[in-house]
Design a protein around this ligand. Structure first.
Ligand SMILES: Cc1cc2nc3c(=O)[nH]c(=O)nc-3n(C[C@H](O)[C@H](O)[C@H](O)COP(=O)(O)O)c2cc1C
Length: 338
């Protein structure tokens, strides 16, 4: 299957919710929620994508070239590429009939693991969503990162214990989900967390904890103070607040403030290996990709996720070779043009 064939198949399988555009840039789906769009005007989804496209790559092939190594060490293990699938939830609501969260996560986790990377999975009001994701991660030998919503601290700790029991390599929490209207009027509502509360969650587990949904230096330093293993610089793909900056716009200042004291992941509009190269040059350790992995799974199941991961990984390797980087640690700020 080629990537074009994958997109064609996905288009047929997504009931018109997503058009599986060759360039997943938020233009066609804009503010379509339910659906894959962004909140309000949908401008943040588009801005994430557009600001990345404004960054250019400096071509330089006058260097001591060796075979390109795209591997990265994270969570105490080696991944083939610095690329992860982002957590996506409520599949039927946003993408139509083909998958529910359980079957989507099963295909995604398996595909990512086979490609030598890993998937973050989502959480939901229905306990089966999180339980099903953990089952998929268990089946993949623990290679997956379950994401817990910012429920009350007791429930977060309980869900993290379940992740430990499933053998997950790490756990994440999408703290920005405290802005999701759908999760406000439920028996166990989500809410913002203080540094003390977040610290209590982090201290409750031996697993590395990744805090997803950080958009400021202030937020990053709070996550650091709470003991997080890492953060995801993320605005939830533009789905929790309209009019935020693009993630890549705030990345350099956050990376400068963090100074390597915790890992920095980033998502939002990252589509190709060239985009991954750009965010690494600006201080990220790895990238998460959201919507295109959905398209890949709807178009080709686990094999579709492998195809897409290898496409992105291949583009990253090619970009590194053309910019003078043999390994990820060679990628520096001077390799991109702003
Ligand atoms: C339909 C949809 C559902 C999502 N559900 C979740 C979720 O359950 N948990 C979460 O942390 N993020 C969720 N996200 C946000 C993604 O994890 C990620 O931050 C975002 O999609 C990255 O941007 P990209 O899709 O442009 O790559 C969702 C995004 C979309 C489009």
């Amino acid at each position: 299957m080629t990537y074009t064939e994958l997109l064609e198949q996905a288009r047929k399988n997504m009931d018109g919710y997503c058009l599986a555009c060759p360039e997943c840039n938020g233009a066609a789906c804009k503010n379509k929620i339910p659906g894959p769009g962004g909140k309000g005007t949908g401008g943040v989804f588009r801005r994430n994508f557009e600001k990345l496209q404004e960054i250019k790559i400096n071509l330089d092939t006058l260097y001591d070239g060796e075979p390109t190594d795209t591997s990265v060490e994270l969570f105490g293990r080696t991944f083939r590429y610095p690329v992860f699938a982002a957590p996506i939830g409520a599949m039927k609501l946003h993408y139509g009939h083909l998958h529910d969260d359980l079957s989507y996560n099963a295909e995604l986790v398996e595909g990512c693991c086979s490609a030598g990377i890993a998937a973050f999975t989502g959480d939901g009001i229905d306990p089966q969503v999180y339980g099903g994701a953990l089952e998929s991660i268990r089946n993949a030998g623990g290679v997956g990162i379950p994401t817990v919503k910012p429920w009350d601290v007791g429930l977060m700790k309980e869900k993290i214990r379940m992740a430990e029991a499933a053998g997950a390599i790490a756990v994440a929490t999408d703290v920005d989900a405290s802005g999701l209207a759908l999760l406000k009027n439920v028996p166990t509502p989500v809410s913002p967390k203080t540094v003390t509360e977040l610290g209590e969650v982090v201290a409750s587990t031996r697993l590395p904890v990744v805090v997803k949904g950080i958009m400021t230096v202030r937020g990053a330093l709070k996550a650091l103070e709470a003991g997080a293993y890492g953060i995801v610089v993320s605005n939830h793909g533009g789905r929790v607040l309209d009019q935020t900056p693009a993630t890549v716009e705030v990345l350099p200042e956050i990376a400068q403030a963090v100074q390597g004291r915790m890992k920095i992941f980033i998502d939002g509009g990252i589509r190709t290996g060239l985009d991954v190269f750009k965010v690494l040059a600006l201080g990220a350790d790895a990238a998460l990709i959201g919507r295109p992995f959905v398209t890949a799974v709807y178009g080709g199941g686990a094999a579709g996720a492998v195809l897409y991961a290898e496409k992105v990984g291949g583009e990253l390797a090619e970009t590194m070779a053309m910019a003078g980087a043999n390994r990820l640690s060679d990628i520096g700020r001077d390799m991109v043009w702003l």
